[in-house]
Design a protein around this ligand. Structure first.
Ligand code: FPP
Length: 252
């Protein structure tokens, strides 16, 4: 009870301090720490991912309610295939569960879901489910949720370079006309604002190939909290801290 009251006081404080007129437009989240969360409890790593998936849905709901326009979550990287088969299978099962049942849980939440990453690694059936969820939510305008699947920032840039080179080869684009905007327009996040804030829990201080181009000027926010324990209070705290930063974009 005492803990609950302390939590309520803390929560209320950050909520009051956040300037809701000046929110980051786009927040990127590296959902890290599931394995350690499970290990601390003597559970298999896969239980950590199950708990992490629940936190993902809760934080997406919170972000929408707070008024964030775009959230990008790192759900499965191009490097995650190297994990033991059992763990990869468990992650795929969780993702399929989201594709099969997520729409009903999102009902009435005004969330548009978009998947970013190289889909060609997934089965046709899985890819159809990705398209189905995107189509079913495409007219929602509240929160744009990018779920990064088989995503890697370097892979994304390599693909963009190949597509641009193809256009130049075919004479549809002149190499002198290639600008930073051209490159942005060939990324999975084309047309979206760059992330203002990237959150990484679990005490690690790196980007791990997440939004390498888009995150050039993102504010980074780290926390020791393991992803399954991440709460709305942590999200509000990160937004509050972001609002105290002085973003100069290379200027003075
Ligand atoms: C990193 O933690 C987390 C992942 C590689 C997977 C993240 C996936 C989820 C949270 C589930 C997403 C589900 C949906 C439906 C989008 P880790 O396993 O590397 O943790 P550790 O560093 O403690 O080992």
């Amino acid at each position: 009870m005492i803990m609950l009251n302390i939590f309520k006081r803390l929560f209320g404080k950050t909520q009051q301090k956040v300037d809701f007129e000046n929110l980051p437009q786009h927040i990127g989240i590296i959902m890290d720490g599931n394995g350690r969360w499970a290990k601390k409890r003597g559970l298999p790593r896969t239980s950590g991912h199950v708990a992490g998936a629940k936190t993902f849905e809760k934080i997406v709901e919170d972000a929408g309610n707070i008024g964030i326009k775009v959230v990008t979550v790192y759900a499965f990287s191009t490097e995650n295939w190297q994990r033991p088969k059992e763990e990869v299978d468990a992650l795929m099962t969780l993702l399929e569960d989201y594709l099969d049942n997520g729409l009903s849980r999102l009902a009435g939440r005004d969330v548009r879901v978009h998947f970013i990453g190289d889909r060609s690694a997934f089965s046709d059936k899985f890819q159809e489910k990705l398209c189905h969820m995107e189509k079913a939510t495409m007219n929602n305008s509240g929160l744009l949720l990018n779920v990064a699947l088989n995503y890697g920032g370097r892979n994304e840039l390599t693909n963009a370079v190949k597509l641009i080179a193809q256009k130049v080869k075919e004479g549809e684009l002149s190499y002198e006309d290639i600008t930073e905007d051209t490159i942005s327009s060939y990324l999975y996040t084309a047309g979206q604002p760059d992330p203002d804030l990237i959150i990484r829990p679990s005490g690690e201080f790196r980007l791990s190939n997440f939004l390498m181009w888009q995150g050039a000027y993102s504010e980074l926010w780290f926390s020791d909290c393991l992803w399954p324990d991440f709460t709305k209070e942590d999200l509000l705290r990160s937004i509050y801290d972001y609002q105290q930063r002085n973003r100069r974009f290379g200027g003075v």
